[in-house]
Design a protein around this ligand. Structure first.
Ligand code: SAM
Ligand code: SF4
Length: 326
């Protein structure tokens, strides 16, 4: 079992499979983004080897992310390899959904269990403004394809950004009335100077919840208000689905964090919002033994930072979201 020095059991690995993306969401990356050359990224065998290493350390949950994981060549083969790794019980993916009409079924057949699909607004014009390149209809088709392929329950992630989509949360929340989906509202995390967004543009979960309840009526907490992963979950009366709030900025869930992140270039990052990192790919390529790799990973876990420092204005600036894997 991998424990950190605060006694947290770390067993959830988010693997970023690429820093590339077919969108350019304004809060995630600049339009003229520079990507790493392919040779610097984990190759398929390296990603599988590292997934296996973490499985032997007791990691049982994997989420594939990016960048956009579906643009990675051989994504289906990688899902197949990871989901058939001994010890890994759950493989899920966070995606913008654009390629799911083609990929949902093969991914499900390869062992993918669920997807979280990002969708910040139901207004096609605003969707294009937020993603710079996206077409809302493609995401909608992706959501339906995921559902049809059994990648359920589908969760929809909406990052709420002041001046962009804070009023759109009502239409998104309304979807939970008729669809068995979880609509999740995420507080935007400002990443230093890498994007132009600042703490002042964070819309808190309380503000979003109030807006939804004013328009659609009061919500009941699900699970007695306990965290479900990182989300506090509610339900509108009679709704088919749920509404989740991820309050990374206003109510951090660091005390119950169980995660480590492996970036596409094979670096283990122990907190999304702290710059502490340990390179695993370089030693792997230099021929480190399995025992040396194990020791590196366990030491990194042990030194996991307690939590982020957003409340103190302490921002991580060395990577943007797409380079870490959200
Ligand atoms: N491309 C995939 C997608 O968009 O779902 C996966 C990678 S993306 C970096 C993972 C998640 O991080 C998405 O739900 C995205 O909306 C969210 N995200 C990106 N930048 C963010 C930021 N600055 N603050 C909060 N969430 C962010
Ligand atoms: Fe791409 Fe996802 Fe970042 Fe949007 S949030 S630019 S889809 S990686």
């Amino acid at each position: 079992m991998a424990l950190d020095r605060f006694g947290r059991h770390i067993h959830y690995l988010r693997i970023s499979l690429t820093d590339h993306c077919n969108l350019r969401c304004v809060y995630c990356m600049p339009e003229e983004m520079t990507f790493r050359p392919n040779a610097e990224l984990m190759q398929d065998d390296e990603a599988l080897l590292l997934a296996r290493l973490f499985a032997t350390l007791g990691f049982d949950k994997v989420r594939l992310t990016g960048g956009e994981p579906t643009v990675r060549a051989n994504i289906v083969g990688l899902v197949d390899g990871i989901s058939h790794t001994a010890g890994i019980r759950s493989v899920t993916m966070t995606t913008n959904g654009l390629l799911l009409p083609r990929l949902a079924r093969p991914l499900a057949e390869a062992g993918l269990q669920r997807v979280n699909i990002s969708l910040d607004t139901l207004d096609p014009g605003k969707f294009h403004r937020l993603t710079r390149w996206g077409d809302l209809e493609d995401v909608w088709d992706g959501i339906l394809a995921a559902e049809e392929a059994g990648l359920t329950p589908v969760k929809i992630n909406a990052v709420v950004v002041a001046g962009y989509n804070e009023a759109d949360v009502v239409d998104l929340a309304r979807l939970s009335l008729t669809h068995p989906w979880q609509l999740r509202f995420i507080e935007m995390m400002p990443f230093g100077g890498a994007t132009d967004f600042q703490l002042q543009q964070v819309v808190t979960s309380d503000q979003t919840r109030q807006r939804i309840e004013t328009a659609l009526g009061g919500m009941e907490p699900v699970n007695d208000g306990e965290l479900d992963g990182e989300a506090r979950v509610y339900r509108l009366p009679g709704a088919a689905g749920d509404i989740g709030f991820i309050s990374t900025v206003s109510r951090p869930f660091c005390a119950s964090c169980t995660r480590a992140r492996l970036t596409a270039d094979g670096v283990l990052r122990m907190c999304l919002l702290r710059e502490f990192e340990v390179d695993l790919l370089a030693p792997l390529r230099a021929g480190a033994s399995p025992e040396e790799m194990r020791r590196l990973a366990l030491d990194a876990v042990w030194n996991k930072p307690w939590g982020h420092g957003l409340a103190e204005g302490d921002l991580a600036v060395n990577r943007v979201m797409s380079q870490i894997g959200g």
